[in-house]
Design a protein around this ligand. Structure first.
Ligand SMILES: [Zn+2]
Length: 317
């Protein structure tokens, strides 16, 4: 099968399209769509300190497809359209037992701690799969595992309540877009801050200078202190990205006098993954698709990532 393969840590020169053996797993998924996310680019460019394994390595954390074969059919059958939970988890550690698979002590991210989905086929077991409901296209389902789930979990971690004011920083990104959309569905009054302009008819409200209850910050340290200033008392800022840097200053007095909280968030739980698929389907949430690429054109897809106006998705035959 064809796959994007990174031979060793380093740069783009270590990555190429290769023919590799199909995985031998209980379930073989024929990948139809795979989303390109910062985690994949970091893996390919060797920018991160994740424990990337194995090498040679197939990246790709977010993908959907169709069940090609299954050794002992249970919940799934050949031909089922499926979306893959992007976390490795062992089900046995204390974190898994309490339902926080994203914190599994022996876990990791698909496409980082194991081979991912930038390939024609992906081998897994039933526990990682959910059916894509008939009302949802694979193109719209492909943004659920990383973009959607990260946003959903972050809003849950922040305890966003109906009627609260939510500010999404970095709103044009995939997680930002889902934070806006899901925040609205959860009944919040939603504002966005972004370098990119949203169309005037998007129905979104640009944030000016107003206190808010919850801030979702996916971009990192840039203007961090300024944003914390805009948290109302009992405000929560939730963060899951370091695109603009990871070091910042903190005014502790500001935190405790207003009982403000800083919350870290990563991925999402297995249950949230299943819940989110239902939510996306019932509310007809679309992927903000910008361009689709063939796997062969991965270099172009990566080079255009910084200028994207929506999702970059690999579409497989
Ligand atoms: Zn575990």
């Amino acid at each position: 099968m064809k796959a994007i393969v990174t031979r060793q840590p380093g740069g783009l020169e270590n990555t190429r399209i290769e023919e590799v053996e199909k995985p031998n797993s209980p379930v073989l998924v024929r990948v139809t769509h795979a989303g390109l996310n910062p985690v994949d680019i970091n893996v390919i460019l060797g920018r991160v300190n994740y424990n990337i394994t194995p090498y040679p390595h197939i990246p790709g954390a977010e993908f959907v497809g169709v069940v090609e074969s299954i050794s002992s059919p249970g919940r799934f059958r050949t031909g089922d359209r499926v979306v893959v939970y992007p976390r490795i988890y062992d089900r046995t550690c204390d974190r898994c037992k309490e339902g926080n698979e994203e914190l599994c002590r022996n876990g990791g991210v698909m496409g980082v701690g194991c081979n991912g989905g930038f390939s024609e086929f992906f081998g897994t077991d039933e526990s990682h799969l959910e059916l894509v409901p008939d009302s949802l296209s694979l193109e719209d389902a492909v943004s659920i595992p990383v973009g959607g789930l990260t946003a959903y979990h972050a809003l849950k971690r922040a305890g966003l309540k109906r009627g609260e004011k939510l500010l999404v920083v970095g709103a044009s990104g995939n997680t930002g877009w889902y934070s806006l959309t899901l925040g609205k569905i959860m009944g919040a009054k939603v504002f966005y801050a972004s370098r990119k302009k949203f169309p005037a008819d998007s129905g979104l409200t640009e944030w000016k200078d107003e206190k808010v209850d919850v801030i979702v910050n996916s971009i990192g340290s840039e203007a961090w202190e300024q944003y914390v200033d805009y948290l109302d008392t009992n405000g929560r800022i939730v963060t899951f990205g370091t695109l603009t840097g990871k070091d910042t200053r903190l005014n502790l007095a500001q935190l405790y006098t207003g009982e403000r909280s800083i919350i870290g968030s990563t991925g999402g739980t297995r249950k949230e993954f299943a819940d989110l698929i239902k939510l996306v389907s019932e509310n007809h949430i679309k992927s903000r698709l910008w361009k689709t690429y063939d796997l062969n054109d991965y270099e172009k897809a990566i080079s255009e990532y910084g200028n994207r106006e929506g999702r970059i998705v690999f579409k497989l035959a």
